[in-house]
Design a protein. Structure first.
Length: 118
């Protein structure tokens, strides 16, 4: 009888550990909304991007021309300053925290765009 009780308690302990481990798993990460942005002789396209506060956003920026000063992208409010090599996609992941507008620009602040955060 004592061995059966011990086996039962051991089995409950193992089952309980499994449930606790199951409950400790991280929640699935929300997939980022991906926006393709190109840099052409006309500037950033699209020049306006809409998103929601708290929503992860992945900007995939590809510079298609060498006749531009937009060889970098700067999002000053988020501390982003990323080089844009010619014909190479560059991914920038951000999660805007509050509604409003986030301006993005070339390093000379001549070619611009805006992220509208609702």
């Amino acid at each position: 009888m004592r061995n059966k009780l011990f086996a039962l308690l051991a089995g409950l302990s193992i089952a309980g550990t499994g449930c606790a481990a199951e409950g400790a798993k991280a929640q699935p990460k929300t997939a980022a909304k991906e926006i393709q942005v190109t840099v052409t002789s006309d500037g950033f396209q699209p020049a306006e991007i809409k998103t929601k506060a708290g929503e992860p956003l992945r900007l995939v920026i590809t510079r298609k021309t060498d006749r531009t000063c937009a060889k970098e992208v700067v999002i000053k409010d988020l501390g982003v300053n990323q080089a844009l090599p010619l014909n190479e996609a560059v991914a920038i992941e951000i999660t805007p925290k509050k509604s409003g507008q986030l301006r993005y620009a070339c390093s000379m602040d001549m070619i611009t765009g805006v992220i509208v955060v609702e």
